[in-house]
Design a protein around this ligand. Structure first.
Ligand code: MLC
Ligand code: AMP
Length: 501
């Protein structure tokens, strides 16, 4: 049997292929036939390039139906999709492209100059452009290709996508996800969240992370449901569109912002059957305020780039605020103490997971991959938590040094390295502090070199040229020295306490 993920989706398209598959914020309609034909054309264009199997197709493009089609076409042609956050700057893109060595890079027309330079230098053979307004060389070239294309024959372990993510240390690592990994999770969530034909997904998430690209889109594709595509999250626009939707998904910041909209009330949500939150902790206050305002209990779930979704509060049973719910069917989740024994209920330990959803390893990093798995094949998530007596999982912290700001991951080490290279900086420490809107915000604590005259504003402006905006510290504090323990390690807990407010 063909394990190709596109073939799976195509087998679930609704009978009425002229029905609406995607509606955009500015009133464009795409039918299932449109989706099928356009992905065939793009897949045929990719196939015409004579690329070897498992070639990476990298994309740093604004959100649009065509951006989703590029992903689906890559699957259909049997290549490997590498989505990149649109906020990334030149140094970041150079790292990902240099590391993944894609043969094809697709970028926004206005970034063509610098992206193509990086791409060709790294050995890419083709650079296409795609704008959110449906133009650019990708579609111009694809137009000349046939609108039918048999999905490539894929094995379950064949790679479908590489997502760059965290790393407890050092630079980002490419998590390799196979057709089998993605299909297993998509099918599980389809059943667990009761996706059905006739659902309408209000899609406001970006298309370059697990949440928006896989969890949200795969659910709609597997159930033949329509998506309403917003180019980005805008709380007023979501309130305007929610009456037409049955499902909405977002990071906690989306829910915090929806609650600030005066027009957000029960009537707006009358048609919605499911609100899903994930990617970062949902505060209990937000969970409770949302029930009061909308009459809906948000379903919180937990996942990672390396694993897709791991746990979920139940669709029909009790949704517990503050908990990430129960292990999904087919996913084994355990909490282990430092001696490698399973923790008892309510005992805190390391969260480890196993299942058909768990990735194939980090791209070209076999040692790193080996380090992150236990001898009996469990992936060590780097999250710390506990199971309660009812079997619900609670995440209480992270053993990895990671800040999650508005659902985006920021690695303190990466920001510290950039800060430490700046003129006049002796050393720095970057921590996450509570933030009402983003959940956590990035704060930098900097020690200046003797005689250096540093300005926080100038440093922030300089950082914005070098790294993605969401990684740039919201504040920089100057100190004479950083607190250290007897081993000489910076005590970040002290900094978090001191500057958290
Ligand atoms: C934007 N900015 C952020 C930010 N997003 N700063 C910190 N954290 C963020 N998340 C910057 C902007 O660049 C801008 O900088 C300034 O903050 C104000 O912008 P904004 O108008 O507030 O930003 P906005 O465009 O509204 O974006 C905020 C957001 C967005 C929350 C809507 O970040 C978002 O959509 N986040 C979702 C991320 C996501 O999909 N995560 C899923 C990961 S998958 P300046 O300097 O220009 O003013 C995963 C696995 C799983 O984790 O389990 O799901
Ligand atoms: P990423 O590597 O971007 O996929 O981020 C995955 C990380 O996000 C996980 O390891 C968790 O730390 C965090 N995360 C995802 N969902 C939740 C959630 N519901 N609650 C708390 N943390 C979450």
């Amino acid at each position: 049997m063909n394990a190709n993920l596109y073939a799976l989706f195509a087998s679930k398209f609704p009978q009425d292929r002229e029905a609406c598959c995607i509606e955009t914020h500015d009133g464009k309609y795409y039918s299932w036939n449109d989706l099928d034909r356009a992905t065939a054309k793009i897949a045929n264009l990719l196939l015409s390039l004579g690329l070897p199997p498992a070639t990476r197709i990298a994309a740093q493009v604004e959100k649009s139906p065509e951006a989703l089609m590029l992903y689906l076409a890559t699957l259909r042609a049997g290549y490997v999709y590498l989505p990149l956050n649109t906020a990334y700057r030149a140094d970041e893109i150079a790292y990902f492209i240099g590391n993944a060595e894609p043969a094809v890079v697709v970028c926004s027309p206005h970034n063509f100059g610098w992206v193509s330079q990086i791409a060709f230098k790294s050995g890419a053979r083709h650079v296409f452009t795609l704008s959110e307004q449906r133009n650019g060389s990708l579609l111009e070239r694809a137009t000349h290709h046939a609108d039918q294309c048999e999905a490539a024959v894929s094995q379950p372990d064949d790679l479908a996508a590489i997502l760059y993510t965290s790393g407890t240390t050092g630079r980002s690592k490419g998590a390799m996800l196979s057709h089998g990994n993605l299909a297993a999770n998509a099918k599980t969530l389809h059943a667990y969240w009761h996706w059905q034909h006739g659902d309408v997904l209000l899609h406001a998430l970006p298309l370059f992370h697990v949440h928006g690209l896989f969890v949200a889109s795969h659910g709609a594709l597997l159930s033949g449901s329509k998506m309403i595509f917003l180019p980005k999250f805008d709380s007023a626009e979501v309130v305007r569109r929610l009456p037409q939707a049955t499902i909405f998904m977002g990071v906690p910041t989306y829910y915090v912002r929806l609650l600030t909209e005066p027009a957000f009330d029960r009537a707006v949500c009358a048609n919605v059957r499911l609100f899903v939150s994930g990617s970062a902790p949902l505060l209990l206050d937000t969970f409770n305020d949302f029930i009061e305002r909308s009459g809906h209990t948000i379903l919180e779930r937990y996942g990672m780039s390396e694993t897709n979704m791991l746990t979920s509060n139940p669709y029909l049973g009790k949704r517990v605020g503050g908990s990430v719910g129960l292990p999904l069917p087919g996913v084994s989740v355990r909490v282990m103490d430092e001696h490698g024994h399973a923790c008892a209920s309510d005992e805190i330990g390391a969260i480890q997971v196993k299942g058909a959803n768990v990735f194939q390893g980090y791209w070209r990093m076999p040692e790193k991959t080996a380090e992150e798995f236990t001898e009996d094949g469990y992936f060590i998530t780097g999250d710390v938590g506990k199971f309660d007596r009812d079997g619900y999982l609670w995440i209480v912290g992270r053993s990895k040094d990671l800040i999650i700001s508005g659902g985006y991951n920021v690695y303190p080490k990466e920001i510290e390295a950039v800060l430490d290279e700046m003129e006049g900086v002796a050393e720095s420490a970057v921590v996450g502090v509570p933030h009402a809107d983003y959940g956590e915000a990035v704060l930098a604590i900097v020690v200046a070199k003797p005689g250096a005259d540093l300005s926080a504003d100038a440093m922030i402006a300089a950082l914005k040229q070098k790294i993605a905006n969401f990684k740039v510290p919201k504040h920089i504090v100057f100190v004479d020295e950083l607190p250290r323990n007897t081993m000489g390690k910076v005590q970040k807990n002290i900094l978090r306490e001191q500057y958290g407010a």
